[in-house]
Design a protein around this ligand. Structure first.
Ligand code: BTN
Length: 278
């Protein structure tokens, strides 16, 4: 249990830092359903949560017993070494624009990690963060409806101070400590604060246009797939081609050998570099 002090207008102003929970995304879902009952069970873990859970509510845990990744995978952590956090956003945008929240969250988190560590962070479309071809951070975005409003829960898992990468992940996963070679552990609260600050900054840019117009160029600069061969692993339309970056709605544009551009929609497929990184 740690304290954070966010230099933000609303993101992270309401927060809970738990020793252990199933999944931080689920804590937000439960709070949306019945905040009084859930807050009661959390006791003094509730650092600052008054009234109804509002936009910007953040839940952080030292350990998740049932951490979830994308496509039904598990997300494992090393107790107290990494960051598992979820943030509640209520974007005032059409439901069709919501998938882009995941892209802007990846940009914000990459920027925060870079500022705190100096590690060069790339994005593997749509939202894996990569350092030296290994995964440093994963993001699971979930959409829930609360009182008729579209709410997005952004679940962010950052490998921070972990040094023992499980054997089966060794060639695909890394941590900030491993990548930077820093000689002391990172202050996780400071990293959480930096992520929340960047998230607020990128989010305010995103909601102005409700698309990636203002963020596209920067996103494409970080895109590890850019101008590289990719395989789109979609059972209904498997595709191989060269990634040409995202368009203003966040779709990955893939050019096939016949010169045709195919638009790949966020959340529908996963993309893997053909030379085997992550
Ligand atoms: C992925 O790359 O597959 C996404 C991983 C997302 C993990 C985070 S950790 C905080 C939040 N709670 C969860 O159960 N999952 C997300």
């Amino acid at each position: 249990m740690q304290k954070i002090n966010c230099d933000t207008a609303f993101i992270g102003k309401q927060y809970i830092w738990l020793d252990s929970t199933g999944s931080t995304n689920d804590v937000i879902k439960h709070l949306l359903k019945d905040s009084a009952a859930v807050a009661g069970t959390l006791g003094d873990m509730v650092q600052f949560i008054e009234g109804e859970p509002g936009e910007g509510l953040t839940v952080i845990a030292d350990h998740q017993t049932d951490g979830r990744g994308r496509s039904g995978r598990q997300w494992c952590d090393e107790n107290g070494s990494n960051i598992a956090m979820s943030v509640l956003l209520m974007p005032p945008v059409d439901v069709n624009s919501i998938s882009m929240v995941t892209l802007m969250s990846a940009m914000a988190t990459a920027c925060a990690i870079e500022k705190k560590s100096g590690i060069a962070v790339s994005i593997k479309w749509p939202n894996d963060l990569i350092a030296h071809d290994k995964k440093l951070c994963g993001i699971l975005t979930e959409l829930v409806n609360h009182d008729g409003k579209n709410c997005v829960i952004i679940g962010i898992g950052i490998n921070v101070n972990m040094t023992d990468i499980p054997e089966d992940l060794k060639d695909r996963a890394t941590s900030m400590l491993i990548e930077s070679g820093a000689d002391s552990f990172y202050d996780r609260a400071a990293i959480v604060e930096a992520v929340l600050k960047e998230l607020e900054r990128y989010y305010s840019t995103f909601v102005k246009t409700a698309d990636m117009t203002a963020l596209r160029e920067e996103y494409n600069k970080r895109l590890i797939n850019m101008d590289r061969a990719v395989k789109v692993l979609d059972p209904s339309e498997p595709l191989e081609g060269i990634a040409r970056g995202i368009d203003e709605s966040g779709c990955l544009e893939v050019e096939t050998s016949d010169g045709e551009i195919h638009k790949v929609y966020a959340g529908e497929v996963s993309v893997r570099g053909m030379d085997g990184y992550v």
